[in-house]
Design a protein around this ligand. Structure first.
Ligand SMILES: Cc1ncc(COP(=O)(O)O)c(C=O)c1O
Length: 398
């Protein structure tokens, strides 16, 4: 059957990493990847994860299946992390959480659940958004549309245009919003802008789907959840997709969660019964290892504190690299103002580098950046920052 079939196109970002791996230039730098790298260019296993895994190894007595929705203790840990332990949503039992294979799994399961009960809904994503969002929701059967988000001129949010679009979205539709550290732009909504978006959601009745893949990478584990807290306090239906790939460094362990917030305990139980039927026919029940490790950390005060410290180190390293890049370019006489990079949050920045510059850097300096100019700041290290600044300055002067 395959003789007649054209190969599918390679994933743009993963394809870039393949090309990077094959490059023999000893100075090569990968600013295209979507994973955190430390100052030595490694994606480390967090120390708190090593400690939790050790405990798990010593105490685990079975490899029996987890329940379809995962361990209830894990679900509670996730809810405390995203809403705060004192949240009314938890006290009132208005939310249910299923342990999913990564944030991707959470988005897909949530998408399928929504499609089942809102078959005519459109799903709206920011323009631009993480490359996989459109594919995930299209695969769940949605027509996917864009709402304005990024303004290249101001390097900020095109808020008026965004609001004008959100005001027109039908109550039957679903709107995907990045909670913090917007991927790919690094540009987030302010607290007041979130209030406005929430007002519109309440007034118009469309369903918010919050993608929370970088909790702790912006301002802090608690500071980053303000939007989720605001939506929770509004007493409306919404969804949250959590990923622990970045903030627990559990990429390959496929660890995440889908939380469905409803307006009563009874509704939440109904939602859980349906989400379980969707999980059952997809992957039956979640992979356990990453979730159990995260659960150990979230239930142990000392390990949790260690985790918060490690996340803070990651956050501060990325912020330091943002500043080093901006200062480094200014010191080389680049007259374009890159100071907006310091204001952006999370791993990514829409650098404003043109596709021409991106191509020149790859061909002549073995510096790999995604087309469109998205840079992963975590690809910068004290050893490559000068080389990268020299190369970008040269590319811009040309
Ligand atoms: C915005 C966003 N959402 C979700 C995900 C999915 O993460 P996971 O690897 O846990 O599936 C990512 C990963 O890069 C992301 O950037």
């Amino acid at each position: 059957m395959w003789k007649e079939i054209e190969p599918a196109p390679a994933d743009a970002i993963l394809g870039l990493t393949e090309a990077f791996k094959k490059d023999n230039n000893p100075k090569k730098v990968n600013l295209g990847v979507g994973v955190y790298e430390d100052g030595q260019g490694k994606t480390p296993v967090l120390k708190c994860i090593k400690a939790a895994e050790k405990r798990l190894l010593e105490t685990q007595t079975t490899k029996g299946y987890l329940p379809i929705s995962g361990d209830p203790e894990y679900s509670l840990g996730v809810q405390e992390l995203i809403f705060g332990a004192e949240s009314d949503v938890i006290r009132e039992g208005r939310a249910v959480t299923v342990h999913s294979p990564g944030g991707t799994g959470a988005l897909r399961v949530g998408g399928e659940l929504l499609k089942k009960f809102k078959p005519n809904a459109k799903l709206w994503v920011s323009s631009p958004t993480w490359a996989n969002h459109k594919g995930i929701f299209a695969a769940a059967g949605f027509a996917v549309e864009d709402y304005p988000y990024y303004c290249p001129e101001t390097h900020g949010v095109a808020f008026d245009a965004m609001v004008a679009c959100l005001e027109k979205i039908s109550p039957d539709d679903v709107v995907l919003l990045h909670v913090c550290c917007h991927n790919p732009t690094g540009v987030d909504l302010s607290a007041t802008q979130w209030d406005r978006v929430l007002d519109i959601a309440v007034k118009k009745g469309w369903i918010p789907f919050l993608d929370f893949a970088y909790q702790g990478f912006g301002e802090g584990v608690e500071a980053d959840r303000i939007a989720v807290e605001k939506f929770a306090a509004a007493g409306i239906d919404f969804y949250v997709a959590s990923s622990f790939s970045k903030n627990f460094g559990l990429y390959c362990e496929r660890t995440g969660a889908l939380t469905i917030v409803t307006t009563s305990k009874e509704e939440a139980e109904t939602a859980m019964s349906h989400v379980k039927t969707i999980v059952r026919v997809n992957y039956s029940n979640p992979p356990s290892h990453g979730g159990l490790a995260a659960q150990i950390i979230l239930q142990d005060e000392a390990l949790k504190e260690q985790w918060m410290g490690e996340v803070a180190e990651i956050r501060e390293r990325i912020k330091a690299m943002r500043k080093a890049l901006v200062d480094g370019l200014a010191a080389r006489g680049v007259d374009q103002d890159f100071s907006f990079i310091i204001e952006q949050r999370g791993m990514f920045s829409f650098s404003g580098l043109s596709d021409e510059v991106v191509a020149w850097l790859r061909e002549n300096r073995a510096i790999y950046i995604v087309k469109g100019g998205r840079i992963n700041l975590a690809g910068l290290t004290p050893s490559n920052i000068d080389y990268v600044c020299d190369s970008i300055a040269e590319a811009l002067k040309r």
